[in-house]
Design a protein around this ligand. Structure first.
Ligand SMILES: NC(=O)c1ccc[n+]([C@@H]2O[C@H](COP(=O)([O-])OP(=O)(O)OC[C@H]3O[C@@H](n4cnc5c(N)ncnc54)[C@H](O)[C@@H]3O)[C@@H](O)[C@H]2O)c1
Length: 259
């Protein structure tokens, strides 16, 4: 029971990584505020938690809007009286080069991925500092540290999140520890357009030869949320099966080296 009696607020918890994290935190003794724009998915996460005798409630929130973020944090505090763990995890995903990305898509992606985390921090960190501190976790991506084509807005926001992680860590230490998780390729709702053949190709790019599952990332979140990571702040964990650690050697170079 690594999170006994802790209170956690998790955004994007109606599916994927956020849902797996909410369920794992609950199994470790936390009370969980399950926040998402998708109310029915959030309600399902809460039902899953209650079926396992955990304590949770759902909050419908659009993390891209300040009024909604204020209401979300207020609602978690009203319900549980404190906040020990905040996980800013929701994201909007848009594909495209810079010239293919519309201004509306750019703004929405930056609002939901990057500005949201600042808004959540602005609302949640003062009450956390006023109690006895806590932990703040940010979901970045391997896109935070590696370039990849067709991801101009998403990658800009995920890169910005790493800088924001360091900034929040510096400003709110020692009472709140702030760290990021950078997932690699994880099979979640974000992948709904991908065929089995696409999924196989992604798996083959990964040294561990499997695609990540939401539970793989939830375990890293548990580490960062708990005292197991007590000496970490302003840092990040890459959880990607080795994906970002390698450079694929082109076939022609292999043949040259072997000859
Ligand atoms: N799946 C991957 O391969 C992968 C890789 C790297 C990083 N990530 C990151 O992991 C995090 C979780 O994504 P996931 O893969 O679990 O995808 P997902 O689609 O399963 O979950 C994302 C959740 O965010 C919610 N959401 C979207 N916009 C919102 C808004 N404005 N307000 C509140 N909630 C909103 C969605 O309703 C959804 O429940 C994201 O930050 C994503 O960028 C995912």
């Amino acid at each position: 029971m690594l999170l006994q009696d802790k209170v956690a607020l998790i955004t994007g918890a109606a599916s994927g990584i956020g849902r797996a994290t909410a369920q794992l935190f609950s199994s470790q003794g936390a009370k969980v505020a399950v926040a998402d724009i998708d109310d029915s998915g959030a309600a399902e996460t809460v039902r899953n938690i209650r079926r396992s005798s955990g304590e949770a409630f759902s909050i419908q929130a659009d993390v891209g809007r300040m009024d909604s973020v204020e209401a979300m944090v207020g609602s978690a505090l009203d319900r549980y009286g404190r906040l020990d763990i905040v996980h800013s995890n929701a994201a909007a995903y848009v594909l495209g080069t810079a010239s293919e990305t519309s201004e509306a898509d750019w703004d929405r992606t930056l609002d939901v991925c990057l500005k949201a985390t600042w808004m959540i921090a602005r609302c949640a960190l003062p009450p956390m500092v006023a109690q006895d501190g806590g932990t703040f976790i940010i979901t970045g991506s391997v896109h935070s540290i590696r370039g990849y084509s067709l991801h101009a807005a998403y990658q800009a926001s995920k890169g910005g999140l790493l800088a924001l992680t360091r900034s929040l860590a510096a400003d709110y230490a020692p009472s709140v520890r702030v760290n990021a998780i950078l997932p690699g390729a994880v099979e979640t709702g974000l992948w709904k357009g991908l065929s089995p053949a696409d999924r196989l190709k992604i798996k083959q790019m990964c040294p561990l030869r499997r695609n990540g599952q939401p539970e793989d990332i939830a375990q890293a979140a548990l580490f960062l949320a708990s005292d197991m990571s007590a000496y970490m702040t302003g840092s990040y964990l890459v959880v990607d099966g080795g994906l970002s650690s390698i450079i694929e050697m082109p076939e022609w170079l292999w043949s040259r080296l072997k000859s």
